[in-house]
Design a protein around this ligand. Structure first.
Ligand SMILES: NC(=O)c1ccc[n+]([C@@H]2O[C@H](COP(=O)([O-])OP(=O)(O)OC[C@H]3O[C@@H](n4cnc5c(N)ncnc54)[C@H](OP(=O)(O)O)[C@@H]3O)[C@@H](O)[C@H]2O)c1
Length: 242
């Protein structure tokens, strides 16, 4: 899709980004801040989040906030606390980008390590579910709020728990969007990114020359569109440009 984001298309919005310390999440956090949003940087590696925080501040964008959380071990109580913190500090939540993910291992299902399966499902599927459930009341009280999932389409051999969790996340998105026909709807959509140069991509494709790939900051049009009030679509999956 093509979207020409205006400089202030996210002005005054509060947007939470998971996995904001690296790759696509980092690029989205910077793009959202550049377009006027206050971004809550959620992730597990604090020094990476601090680097993004500094970059936002050095560019003169609205001050960001850091929220360290390891999605692998987070409990429903942690998400309740997250919701209370956001409500207490900002009074609302306009945008939620579920982006953090764990690759696990590329092995046949027959031999997939069971512990690893649970970890991948915890980070990629269970965490977005529990976080969404905890944050929905706040988002439903915020007009024009938007939930976005970064998905993937790996449904061939050896993609194991990662491929299955990402397909499930897309179904989660469509079910949630369908349920949002309330008097306080939240837009719910997914982005299927083209291959971009990130740590996860390099791990998944070790033989690929990363320099043949675009960088995450070049695919931000779709991410900006879905968070902006210019978007009134819901229940859709958007591909970034190839
Ligand atoms: N790159 C691509 O070509 C591509 C294509 C299709 C879909 N995607 C999707 O894009 C999203 C971002 O991936 P990426 O390519 O940008 O990879 P990435 O650079 O490795 O970023 C993944 C992010 O998730 C965070 N994360 C992982 N486990 C976590 C946990 N337990 N708790 C909290 N945060 C955790 C990582 O934090 P740390 O930095 O602390 O590890 C990192 O910030 C993923 O959902 C992926 O499935 C990527």
């Amino acid at each position: 899709m093509r979207y020409q984001a205006s400089a202030d298309c996210l002005k005054d919005k509060i947007i939470l980004v998971t996995g904001a310390g690296d790759g696509i999440g980092k690029a989205a956090a910077l793009a959202y801040a550049q377009h006027g949003a206050t971004v809550v940087l959620l992730g597990r590696t604090v020094h990476k989040l601090e680097k993004v925080y500094d970059e936002i501040q050095n560019n003169g964008y609205p001050d960001a906030a850091i929220y360290p959380l390891n999605l692998e071990g987070a409990t429903p109580k942690d998400y309740e606390e997250l919701a209370n913190t956001l409500k207490g500090n900002f009074g609302r939540l306009d945008g939620l980008l579920h982006n953090a993910a764990f690759l696990g291992a590329n092995t046949p299902l027959q031999h997939y390590d069971i512990e690893l399966w649970f970890k991948v499902m915890q980070v990629n599927l269970n965490a977005p579910f529990v976080m969404t459930q905890a944050l929905l009341p706040l988002m439903m009280d915020t007009p024009d709020s938007s939930i976005v999932f970064t998905i993937d389409d790996r449904s061939n051999a050896y993609w194991g728990a990662y491929g299955i969790s990402k397909s499930a996340l897309q179904t989660f998105m469509t079910i949630l969007a369908d349920e949002m026909d309330t008097d306080k709807p939240v837009r719910v959509n997914a982005v299927l990114p083209e291959p971009v140069r990130t740590g996860m991509r390099m791990k998944a494709y070790p033989g690929e020359d990363p320099n043949t790939l675009r960088t995450p900051d070049t695919i931000m049009e779709t991410y900006l569109y879905l968070m902006s009030n210019d978007c009134n679509e819901t229940g859709q999956t958007f591909k970034t440009l190839e």
